[in-house]
Design a binder for this molecule. Structure first.
Ligand SMILES: [Fe+2]
Length: 321
C-alpha cells in the first residue's frame, strides 16, 4: 500500500556505495513502492554512478534508464536543469524570487507522450543555497485517486483525455497550436500531431485513471497545469462520444477539485535538498513542482529519465520532417 511521506526518515538514506544498493535493492525498492520516493543522501554521484543505481533499482520494475536503441549501455536520457534562464528573464524571479513561489508549477511528467516517464534519477550535484530554498514538491496521485468523490471517479472512468504538446513558444504561439489541436479534439482523434516550426509534436489520448504499472492500483493521471488559453488536459470523450455541455462543465468542476487538492498542504511533501542528494521519484504517481528563492548558479542537477522497458530512443512525441 502506498503512503504519504510524513518524515524525511521515510525515504532519505545515507549513501553507502553501490554494493549496499545491490545488497539491499529489495528494501530500497520497497521504500520506492511505499512512498513513491527514494533519496540517497551524500551520494555525490557522477553520471555512471547515477546509472548504476538506477539500473540496479530497475531490476525490480518495468522501467529502465536506457533506451532499447542504445548499443552503449552507458548512454541514457540525461538532461540538466538549473532555472538560470528563468531567473534571468522572468521578472517574477528577479534575484531568485520568493521562496514560496513556484519556479516550476505542479505537473505530471510527459502526459502528451504515448509512453510517459515512469521514474527519474535527479542528481543534485551543485546546491549552494539554503535547504529551505528551491525545494521540490510532491503530491501522490494514487492517494489523490482514493480521495476522488464517487461521481467524479465514475465520470473519469468513462472518459478519455488528451494533453497539449510541449511547444517551443519562440516558433509557434500557444493560440495557433490550440486552434488546430481543438479541431482534432472535436474529431475525437486519439493521436494528434501538431506542427511546431520545423518539427511535428504528437499527443496521445489516455484514460485519466490509469493502473499503476507495479501495484495495478488506480492513479489519477490528470495534470492541473493551465495556460493563458485554458487547462492543458482536455476532455476528449465520455463513453466514446463527444462530451455534452454538461459533461464539459463537470470536467471543469473536477479540475477545480484537483486544483484545490493541489493547494492542500496535507497532500504535499517538500523535499529539502542538500548537495549530493540522488532522488528517485515514481513519476507515474508523483505530481511535482519546484519552489524558487535561489539565485543564478546556486542550484543545478542532472536528471536521468526512466521510461518503460522497450521505449525507443526518440520517445514517439517528436518526428522530424
Ligand atoms: Fe517535471
Amino acid at each position: 500500500m502506498m503512503r504519504l511521506v510524513k518524515d524525511k526518515k521515510d525515504y532519505v538514506f545515507e549513501y553507502k556505495g553501490i554494493d549496499d544498493v545491490i545488497e539491499n535493492v529489495d528494501t530500497y525498492s520497497e521504500v520506492f513502492n511505499k512512498f513513491g520516493l527514494l533519496c540517497f543522501r551524500n551520494a555525490h554521484l557522477d553520471d555512471n554512478g547515477c546509472l548504476d543505481v538506477l539500473s540496479e533499482l530497475s531490476k525490480n520494475f518495468a522501467w529502465t534508464p536506457f533506451s532499447k536503441d542504445f548499443d552503449n549501455q552507458r548512454s541514457s536520457w540525461k538532461y540538466t536543469q538549473n532555472y538560470d534562464e528563468r531567473i534571468k528573464t522572468d521578472p517574477d524571479f528577479e534575484n531568485g524570487g520568493s521562496s514560496e513561489s513556484l519556479i516550476n508549477r505542479w505537473h505530471l511528467e510527459g502526459m502528451a507522450k504515448i509512453r510517459t516517464q515512469h521514474a527519474a534519477g535527479w542528481n543534485m550535484r551543485h546546491f549552494r543555497c539554503d535547504s529551505g530554498l528551491g525545494e521540490t514538491g510532491f503530491i501522490n496521485m494514487l492517494l489523490l485517486a482514493e480521495k476522488l468523490p464517487p461521481e467524479m471517479l465514475d465520470f473519469l472512468s468513462r472518459s478519455r483525455v488528451i494533453h497539449y504538446p510541449t511547444i517551443n513558444r519562440k516558433i509557434t504561439t500557444g493560440a495557433e497550436i490550440s486552434r488546430l489541436f481543438m479541431q482534432s479534439v472535436s474529431n475525437l482523434e486519439e493521436q494528434i500531431w501538431c506542427q511546431d516550426g520545423e518539427i511535428e509534436v504528437a499527443c496521445h489520448a489516455h484514460s485519466p485513471l490509469e493502473s499503476h504499472p507495479h501495484s495495478g492500483n488506480s492513479v489519477l493521471r490528470l495534470c492541473p497545469c493551465d495556460e493563458e488559453w485554458g487547462v492543458q488536459h482536455i476532455l476528449l470523450s465520455v463513453d466514446s462520444a463527444p462530451p455534452s455541455v454538461e459533461q464539459s462543465k463537470f470536467f471543469e468542476e473536477i479540475h477545480r477539485w484537483l486544483s484545490s487538492e493541489t493547494l492542500n498542504t496535507d497532500n504535499q511533501w517538500w523535499h529539502e535538498w542538500e548537495e549530493g542528494d540522488f532522488v528517485v521519484p515514481d513519476l507515474f504517481v508523483m505530481l511535482h513542482s519546484a519552489k524558487a528563492g535561489f539565485q543564478i548558479g546556486e542550484r543545478e542537477f542532472d536528471g536521468f529519465w526512466c521510461f518503460p522497458n522497450g521505449t525507443p530512443l526518440v520517445p514517439d512525441t517528436f518526428r522530424r520532417n
